[in-house]
Design a protein around this ligand. Structure first.
Ligand code: PLP
Length: 240
């Protein structure tokens, strides 16, 4: 990719997000852009940073650690790091120590480890529970049937802040089909919000997040209430 291409892509994606917010009567600015930089170079990340991008998503601790250590000593304003990948048990400490958000909490064991390993010097770790919407055995995430129990469990962990739900639906070819999966996730979050109103009243930052939408389906996700879209290829081009 040529210099300037990330800049152009970032502008184009942001314009589309604005456009979809209007088209689907979403509040202006209610959809955040997470730049998914896994398998992308530091140079491309720096270009996005210089254009004002501050939220970056990574999927592998091994790869993320170099980027985090390098960038935190280079950039003037802090980056907000989001872990979005499959979580190996032996990596939870590093993730709890170095990330602001984890989108891919699949079960109570991982949640408990992240909670116990989150340093006291840092604010609580923002988490989303990942839902396996289509029962794909190759994908991680909790089944909808087990969600309630996991939510109750997470709400009792005081080093974690349960922000909402995340899913990666099976690919669908039409906008309507894409919207169906996202609608299910949205309805699921609304049910939880009704079930735990006191938690919401005490702290508005609980259960306020729908992490859904990637390069190929973020229009459908925004139509159904996404609050964070996770975009990689459309910003940075093909992954290395
Ligand atoms: C890689 C990845 C993305 C970005 O996907 P693109 O299709 O490149 O936008 C989003 N979410 C998760 C969980 C990912 O692993």
């Amino acid at each position: 990719m040529n210099p300037g291409e990330v800049t152009a892509n970032l502008l184009a994606v942001k314009q589309l997000i604005d456009l979809y917010e209007k088209k689907y009567q979403r509040k202006p600015g209610s959809v955040s852009l997470l730049a998914v930089s896994k398998n992308q170079s530091l140079e491309k990340m720096m270009e996005a940073y210089q254009q004002g991008q501050r939220l970056f998503g990574e999927s592998y601790w091994q790869e993320a650690q170099n980027k985090i250590l390098t960038l935190q000593n280079t950039v003037p304003e802090p980056i907000e790091w989001h872990f979005i990948g499959k979580i190996q048990r032996n990596k939870t400490r590093k993730i709890a120590e170095h990330f602001n958000w984890v989108h891919s909490v699949p079960d109570s064991q991982i949640a408990e480890r992240l909670n116990n390993q989150r340093p006291d010097t840092l604010p609580p770790l923002n988490i989303c529970i990942e839902i396996n919407l289509s029962h794909e055995i190759t994908k991680s995430g909790t089944a909808l049937e087990n969600l309630n129990e996991l939510v109750k469990f997470c709400l009792n962990l005081n080093r974690l802040k349960l922000r909402g739900l995340m899913a990666i639906p099976a690919p669908a070819s039409t906008l309507d089909e894409q919207r169906k999966s996202f609608r299910l996730l949205r309805d699921t979050l609304h049910t939880l919000q009704n079930e735990y109103p006191s938690k919401r009243a005490n702290d508005i930052q609980i259960l306020d997040t729908l992490s859904m939408g990637m390069s190929e389906d973020f229009e459908a996700a925004i139509a159904e209430g996404s609050t964070i879209v996770r975009i990689g290829t459309a910003l940075f081009g093909k992954r290395l």
